[in-house]
Design a protein around this ligand. Structure first.
Ligand SMILES: Nc1ncnc2c1ncn2[C@@H]1O[C@H](COP(=O)(O)OP(=O)(O)OP(=O)(O)O)[C@@H](O)[C@H]1O
Length: 914
């Protein structure tokens, strides 16, 4: 099988096997298509993979969860140019050559591009004939057939057919295969399982069009993610026979972070290879293209130059553009735009003629611009044409709109009535971009998304300069760009689907908008889009934008995106590219440590400072991190677990590793010591404050200090002591008697609260008049003053109690959970029973705590750092504090200390003297 990579005709004969580079493919844990419908949980989706495991292309029809349920329909998502079509071809080739999927007897590979040509034509499925020929038995019942069929439908986003597959109420109809019918009906029935339910079906699509198929019709969703770093290199090495040139190309790409990142998209690799081969020939170094638009402009210029030399006898030093090539780009642009608007990706001779392309010269055109415009033999032997890649059509279409606007003042997107002169009036460049944004947002299958990115990219002065000679004059103003940025941001704030918002982020990136990173942070923390609503693919798209944006990722602060493990795992490449990662208080667990360990041991990681404080990583997590520390690639030289900051030693490569409040004990220390023994040359400073390293852990590490092979010269391991807490932050609590439930008795000058049952109520129990502030069902109370600074208090308890803090607005009336500490988003609570503190609650979420020592008094300390969003609970032993749990959040209102009591009688809390 030959690869059509947009090569010249001769190179078209390249074998697919020779240039095919493995792609990174994953299984989606959820179906992010059809967000408006409930997601169907089949076995395939039920088990979200902990860490993404790549799928082997030949395993496309196996359940990612490893089950044995037969898979009928696989939907493969992937952004433009990520390699879906190549993957399909490779799959078919491997099957045809007997390398994989041999249980399939026949494969029918279709592209929607071809299928569109059959639109409105009546067809009779010739399966009858195929089957009777195949089956000597004469069995015509397809579903009882021993023959396994596979239908591949590539490029759903290119479909112009009327498919009715997006709803879940699919009617079961008997489908008569002997009758002729339209291709739309055939495909609808095939996808909806009415036709050939036992045949396999593989559909590929760009993500925005995936919603055309309801999740009920899909068993497994996979995603093509493009190339990993090693795969990128492999691509360039395979492509170029000249090893030295390949190496130069690779190291050149690595000099630009954004270019290197963009090269995870294969089509971008292809274009980059062509542009850089030219750049490297003509000049060393120079500024490398950074954005998609920039790269495609270079691509166009290189093509024009090559063709001038090849066909017009020109020289390399000639101007890039001459009247013929200008005219040709104008015609091709017109064709690209007009057909894109109609949704056509394949054109007939008449389409070419309409755009001023002389049909007799078409072959010359395709020869001249082989890599842009390709002639294909149609199904009915008509000559049909298409661009070598859809993205090239999208780019030329945007260029056409841009050139028509700057050269002639005509806004092709403006749909107002024509003026007397027959052209649309020009409502100004700002309007042009606004209309383009609106049009792209209105498209149901996202067919204008990439077009919009290119159009906005072309509005930049720097990009227009690259097109000198093609444009009669440039038209760019920073005011227009700012207005457009503002408009896009406003649109992002509207309730858009994640796919749409992500495309708008790409647009901001094309416009070099420096507030892009903040906008993404805002978008995620605003709560409009919770982490649960984002699919893996969408997270990785955001990560990609962050990485390719201009803004330096010096410090990556996870909290600014989402304080969650999910977010960390999805944004791991961003962590890897940052110098410092602040991951404190993000609810991370051992799972994150495993992933971070791989970052630490990665050769390409830039990470030199890592803050993991206030996460319950425990010893098992530290064990995982230690594995990363052992790696010879680890650049870490300071491992820190205290609140204090580590200073760099001026020799670069200093990594601050904070593990404060991470519940590390002797065991964790042993892992760290073992990591340092096998790789002693990096870690210079180790700070284990606010953990519980215990005597033996400290002893092990202290011994390392004296070991001449260890680089470690500072070890900190202080336990949290009470004295400074009491001294600095102690606060006096006063019960707010208006809030006290009627089953609570106050005594000892209101410093002791005891839960009593109604029949034990004494005159000293609260009997005050009905107060709207009183808890009328739950046996709870609040204290008087709302706290907004740093505060520390201690209480002693008996029985079962809830030591809490709450916002003043927490509801008091009724027996709903809204009034119960910890069961709403207005309060946080620690549950202590008999002589242990076993769990914490917030917003109905319960976290179990490991058993704390029962040999210490029944006394609990609470520390609130309101500005930092920290709420910590400790057990109090005579002079140290044993950390129980820390909530990390952003407090939005003053916090009122409170206490709740369970039904066990005579539970009590006493406030300690400060
Ligand atoms: N596995 C691969 N090995 C080598 N080159 C690849 C590979 N995958 C893609 N390419 C290159 O990228 C180009 C685009 O790939 P392909 O057409 O498969 O993308 P696509 O995902 O189908 O894009 P679209 O959604 O825009 O149709 C190919 O023409 C080829 O040059």
């Amino acid at each position: 099988m030959c690869a059509q990579e947009g090569y010249t005709k001769k190179k078209d004969e390249q074998r697919l096997d020779d240039i095919y580079t493995e792609l990174y493919i994953t299984a989606e844990g959820d179906v992010h298509i059809n967000t408006q419908h409930e997601v169907r949980h089949t076995d395939a989706f039920r088990k979200p993979a902990d860490t993404e495991k790549p799928i082997n292309p030949s395993d496309m029809f196996k359940l990612p969860s490893g089950g044995y349920k037969p898979v009928r329909t696989v939907l493969t998502n992937g952004i433009a140019g990520i390699g879906k079509t190549f993957l399909v071809r490779k799959f078919v080739l491997d099957w045809a050559e007997g390398r994989a999927n041999q249980e399939v007897h026949l494969i029918f590979p279709f592209t929607f591009r071809q299928l569109n040509l059959w639109k409105e034509k009546k067809l009779c499925l010739d399966l009858n004939h195929i089957f009777t020929t195949l089956q000597s038995s004469g069995n015509t019942n397809f579903d009882k057939s021993e023959f396994k069929l596979l239908f591949i439908l590539d490029g759903l986003d290119e479909s112009r057919l009327q498919l009715h597959c997006s709803t879940s109420n699919i009617q079961d109809t008997d489908f008569d295969v002997t009758l002729s019918t339209s291709v739309d009906v055939l495909l609808t029935n095939l996808i909806n399982r009415n036709l050939l339910p036992s045949a396999r079906l593989w559909i590929t699509t760009r993500p925005a069009a995936a919603s055309q198929i309801h999740s009920d019709s899909v068993d497994v969703v996979t995603e093509v993610r493009g190339f990993t770093d090693p795969q990128k290199e492999e691509y360039f090495r395979k492509r170029s026979r000249d090893k030295e040139q390949a190496s130069r190309l690779i190291s050149h790409i690595k000099t630009s972070r954004s270019l290197h990142i963009m090269c995870h998209i294969p089509v971008f690799c292809w274009i980059t290879a062509m542009v850089l081969e030219d750049v490297l020939k003509t000049r060393e170094g120079g500024k490398l293209p950074r954005t998609l638009t920039e790269m495609y402009i270079h691509f166009l210029v290189v093509q024009s130059k090559l063709n001038n030399i090849k066909y017009d006898g020109g020289a390399a030093t000639d101007p890039h553009w001459n009247p013929e090539s200008r005219k040709m780009i104008e015609s091709l642009g017109k064709l690209a735009f007009e057909q894109l608007q109609k949704g056509n990706l394949i054109f007939y001779e008449s389409d070419l003629t309409e755009c001023g392309i002389n049909i007799r010269a078409a072959s010359v055109y395709s020869g001249v611009f082989t890599q842009i415009f390709k002639e294909e033999r149609g199904l009915y032997q008509d000559n049909v044409f298409c661009f070598v890649h859809l993205s090239v059509q999208e780019f030329l279409a945007a260029l056409h709109v841009h050139l028509t606007f700057t050269n002639f003042g005509v806004n092709l997107l403006y749909k107002a009535p024509l003026t007397r002169s027959g052209v649309n009036t020009k409502p100004g460049p700002i309007r042009l971009y606004q209309i383009a944004v609106n049009e792209a947002l209105q498209s149901s299958n996202g067919h204008l998304d990439l077009f919009l990115r290119f159009l906005l990219g072309l509005s930049l002065q720097t990009n227009q300069t690259l097109l000198r000679g093609l444009m009669t004059h440039t038209e760019s103003s920073s005011e227009t760009n700012q207005e457009t940025v503002k408009y896009i941001k406003k649109k992002i704030s509207d309730n858009l689907s994640p796919e749409r918002s992500i495309n708008l982020f790409h647009c901001l990136n094309e416009l070099n908008d420096c507030s892009l990173v903040e906008k993404i942070q805002q978008y995620l923390t605003s709560g409009r889009l919770s982490r649960n609503k984002l699919s893996r693919a969408q997270w990785s798209a955001l990560g990609f934008i962050l990485l390719s944006s201009e803004k330096d990722l010096e410090v990556f602060d996870l909290k600014k995106y989402s304080s969650s493990e999910e977010a960390l795992l999805r944004l791991l490449p961003v962590v890897k590219a940052s110098n410092k990662a602040v991951l404190s208080g993000c609810n991370l667990s051992e799972r994150s440590c495993e992933a971070l360990s791989s970052v630490l041991s990665s050769q390409s990681s830039s990470l030199t400072e890592l803050d993991l404080s206030n996460n319950d990583l425990q010893d098992s997590g530290v064990d995982k991190l230690s594995a990363g520390l052992k790696s010879p690639h680890c650049r870490l030289d300071t491992l820190r677990s205290g609140f204090s900051l580590c200073l760099t030693d001026g020799c670069g490569c200093v990594c601050v590793f904070r593990l404060s409040g991470c519940l590390i004990t002797d065991k964790g220390c042993t892992s760290l010591a073992s990591a340092l023994t096998s790789n002693p040359s990096h870690l210079r400073e180790l700070d284990l404050t606010y953990n519980h390293p215990g005597g033996s852990g400290v002893k092990l590490l202290s011994a390392g200090l004296k070991d001449p092979h260890w680089r470690l010269d500072t070890l900190r391991y202080t336990q949290t002591t009470r004295a400074p807490m009491l001294l600095l932050y102690a606060c006096e609590l006063t019960v707010d008697t208006n809030t006290v439930s009627r089953s609570i008795q106050l005594s000892d000058n209101n410093r002791t609260m005891t839960r009593v049952s109604y029949n034990h109520l004494t005159p000293t129990a609260v009997t005050g008049e009905r107060s709207p502030h009183r808890f009328d069902f739950w046996e709870q109370l609040l204290c008087q003053t709302g706290l907004t600074g740093r505060h520390y208090w201690e209480v002693e308890w008996r029985g079962v109690v809830y030591i809490s803090v709450a916002y003043g607005g927490m509801r008091r009336r009724g027996h709903t959970v809204h009034c119960w500490f910890g069961r709403n988003d207005q309060s946080w609570t620690l549950r202590c029973s008999e002589d242990d503190c076993d769990s914490v609650y917030h917003n109905k979420r319960k976290t179990d705590l490991p058993s704390s020592s029962s040999s210490v008094p029944d006394r609990v300390a609470v520390y609130v750092d309101w500005p930092a969003g920290i709420l910590s609970f400790y057990r109090v032993s005579p002079d140290t504090l044993i950390h129980l749990h820390t909530f990390n959040t952003s407090f939005t209102e003053p916090l009122y200390p409170g206490f709740g009591f369970a039904c066990s009688p005579f539970s009590s809390v006493s406030l300690s003297e400060s």
